[in-house]
Design a protein around this ligand. Sequence first.
Ligand SMILES: Cc1ncc(COP(=O)(O)O)c(C=O)c1O
Ligand SMILES: Nc1c(O)cccc1C(=O)C[C@H](N)C(=O)O
Length: 425
Amino acid sequence: MSERGAAGTNDGDRDGWSGSAETAELAERAHLLDRSDPLATTRERFSLPPGLIYLDGNSLGALPTAVPERVAETIRRDWGQGLIASWWDAGWWEAPQRVGELIAPLLGAAPGQVVVGDSTSVNVFRAVVAGWRLAQQDDPGRTEIVVDDTTFPTDGYLAASAGRLLGARVRRAHPTDVNAFDEHTAVALINHVDYRTGRRWDLPAVTSRAQRAGARIVWDLSHSAGAMPVDLDRHGVDLAVGCGYKFLNGGPGAPSYLYVRSELQDRLDQPLPGWSSHAEPFAMEADHRPAPGIVRARGGTPEILSLLALEAALEVWQGVEIEQVRAKSLALTGFFMECVDALTEPGRFRVLTPRGDDRGSQVSLSAPDAAALLPRLADALVVGDHRPPDVLRFGFAPLYVGFTDALRAARTLARVAGRRDVTAG
Ligand SMILES: Cc1ncc(COP(=O)(O)O)c(C=O)c1O
Ligand SMILES: Nc1c(O)cccc1C(=O)C[C@H](N)C(=O)O
């Protein structure tokens, strides 16, 4: 469980530094950037421990202030008093579609194409097999599932398992490989942002390459949705999935979302149908008769408590444009890289994240002692994470992280990494 150790104790000097002209200039810029930040006030919509610089929202988003009361009320009133009637009276039964409609604008999806429920892993499986079956309907001769070779592990594991069940060959390919897909490819599963390096792949180009080869495409948007526009409808994406607990702040284990392009829904043959995806769930028929529309992508009983926590969490997006979020995300990550360059010893860290706009909302640095630095950062109230063997990841959630936070994190990093002159004491 190497994930442990990220939560630190609140002690020690957190801001100390020498105050050189260079650092003073960075501080001044951070201050000005925060002052002109149109998203500066959205931080008030979150409940964060005082003094903490939380740079792990790409793994577990922060707690929106609306969530605790909403969940408590759902438990006390709707479960405690309403009991079984709450499935209808409190809108529980429709919640997977209702929460899907709240996420849809963040994905660039018109209504009726997003449903929420089950884990991302489960929906990866659902989408890959559904994509395979859609491809087989058009061309039963296709034999391959292609997975990007930088994928988050769960996607690779599930594609491999789907491959064994379907009798498909599973092939790894790099997302920039123009020959990644061919006449054998039935479905491709690609991560929009590489969880390790923060590199963003070209969704329109990869989608069109896959589709030109006659394949169906499934995007895993876990590290992009909520941090940048993804424009699924505009780019004609077939299927997409993603986590509810990262940039969507739905809480630990929040249900995931599944997007199915409307034109494909009538033909969707998903591998995990349940009574809740049935056209008449309460008819209790022996055979599954798929519901029309996106409901067809549901499974069993929805996980109401976590679904409604996610629904309350999505209130933080009121009045927020995803383009503003992207602009701030690029500015924040760019500023952080600049601070790391200026404040840490040359060569101490290698920046793995692209400096161009082909990046997500995180900065990954490699150093041989990355694992040892993480708890020291946490002790100084800077929370990032570590991915083996040598990567330090810092996620920048633009709704609650500011430029002064980015500078403070870089200064703290410089100090724990041994830069004595960045310590004032
Ligand atoms: C890109 C990506 N896909 C899938 C997952 C797995 O999601 P879950 O464990 O919630 O099923 C994660 C994170 O754990 C992820 O980063
Ligand atoms: N889901 C997680 C969890 O339950 C505990 C710790 C981390 C996670 C993560 O989401 C990891 C994340 N997908 C990653 O990008 O590494």
